[in-house]
Design a protein around this ligand. Structure first.
Ligand code: PLP
Length: 409
């Protein structure tokens, strides 16, 4: 069971910001000391460019680099360690996948996504479709989840890519990768399936082999790791066909002086041009260790409990004031509006008068207004350093307030 007080002590943010209630972990999580230390450890004790393998420190840096890649392979149950590609984050990963698949897309082909996607899982597909005269279509949803029967009717020989979040970042209703992918494969086994795991990776176990997915991506910063680092995973065969988004040092074997020819290395190097963000890779490894020590299952259970408690408190104390849009989703977000008050005024009231950080707006899912009646909402998101008391304080800050705009700093 999670001992939230003990967990909270592991996050130095709260030593320096004791009065803060942080309810925006879906945007980015706070970092435990072990992650901060691991980043510092690289700069303090290693310091070497990972491309330098001729010195002892360069060698040690590379050993550690490989260990982190292996940890991530195990965390997502990938078949091969070389299938794990380090990227600057999920946005980069999705852009790399869309760019790299370009040669497979023809005039009239179809790319299927949902209306709940984050912009990072919409724009790369729109751009690809525009360039290739393909079409982006939206998957039908029932109760905010992909509807399997209707999905089956949409898959055809024209379908080239299906891309969706296993846990969308606003409402958080889970799309089960295993059943969705099995259905797609039954109808057209050539479809490439991409899962945006940016939120899902901390809300359900990731098992790329069980899911039989083709590509996934996520960022470390939402799972207690550093900013500016993430991974793209793909099936080996597809990664070897993926055209690199970035070319340069570390990924090529030779270049002709006429500039017309060069040869590239195998995976993972071919998709990791340039000097790796090695300090943050150290931190990423520490974040995976941290999750494994707490256990993903405990994180899921605890954050679900917080969500259920929040719903109960809202129902009891804010019944006539708040409209909740995702009452029965399990994920650790609570999405609501206060009647007749703009969401940003609510967020500012909480943030500037009550030290409660929440998020307002469309949360980068620009098409969400076609899914729920209100495009702009307040999103509260929970993590393991939150408590029931945090929720009580949130609710009382909302209950007491009559004038959300008055007195803002
Ligand atoms: C579902 C989803 N996909 C993609 C992203 C983009 O992640 P990043 O900004 O770390 O690249 C986010 C970030 O909020 C997200 O929630």
């Amino acid at each position: 069971m999670i001992d939230y007080k003990e967990i909270k002590r592991k996050f130095p943010f709260f030593k320096n910001n004791a009065e803060q209630i942080y309810l925006d972990s879906a945007a980015t999580s706070l970092k435990p000391q072990v992650v901060i230390d691991a980043i510092g450890e690289y700069y303090t004790n290693y310091g070497t460019n990972p491309h330098n393998i001729d010195s002892i420190l360069g060698y040690k840096t590379n050993v550690k680099y490989d260990i982190v890649r292996k940890k991530i392979q195990q965390f997502i149950n990938a078949k091969k360690v070389t299938e794990v590609i380090f990227t600057p984050g999920a946005t980069y990963g999705l852009n790399q996948i869309a760019y790299g698949l370009s040669s497979k897309i023809m005039n009239g082909d179809e790319i299927l996504i949902t209306k709940q996607e984050h912009g990072a899982n919409i724009l790369p597909w729109y751009r690809l479709a525009q360039e290739k005269k393909a079409v982006v279509k939206f998957l039908p949803e029932t109760n905010f989840r992909i509807n399997l029967e209707q999905l089956a009717k949409m898959i055809s020989a024209k379908t080239k890519i299906v891309a969706f979040a296993n846990v969308p970042n606003i409402l958080g209703y889970e799309n089960d990768p295993t059943s969705i992918i099995a259905m797609i494969r039954k109808i057209n086994s050539a479809v490439i399936v991409v899962i945006d795991c940016a939120q899902g990776v901390i809300h359900m176990p990731t098992d790329v082999q069980k899911w039989d997915v083709d590509f996934i991506t996520f960022s470390a910063h939402k799972i207690f790791g550093p900013m500016g680092i993430g991974i793209l995973w793909g099936k080996e065969k597809l990664l070897l066909e993926l055209k690199p988004l970035i070319v340069g040092g570390g990924m090529n074997v030779w270049i002709d002086s006429d500039g017309l020819n060069y040869s590239v290395k195998k995976i993972p190097e071919r998709l990791e041009a340039g000097t790796a963000n090695i300090a943050d890779i150290f931190g990423f490894g520490a974040a995976i260790d941290f999750i494994n020590a707490v256990t993903l299952q405990e994180i899921i259970t605890y954050t679900h409990q917080l969500k259920r408690y929040a719903i109960k408190q809202f129902n009891e104390k804010l019944k006539d004031k708040a409209i909740i849009y995702n009452v029965d989703s399990k994920a650790a977000t609570l999405v609501f509006n206060i009647q007749n008050v703009f969401c940003q005024d609510v967020a500012m009231h909480l943030g500037s008068r009550n030290n409660i950080t929440v998020r307002s707006g469309d949360h980068c899912a620009r098409l969400i207004g076609e899914v729920i009646p209100e495009k702009n909402t307040v999103r509260v998101s929970f993590s393991i350093y939150n408590s029931y008391k945090d929720i009580d304080l949130l609710v009382s800050a909302l209950v007491d307030e009559q004038d959300f705009l008055g007195g803002l700093v």
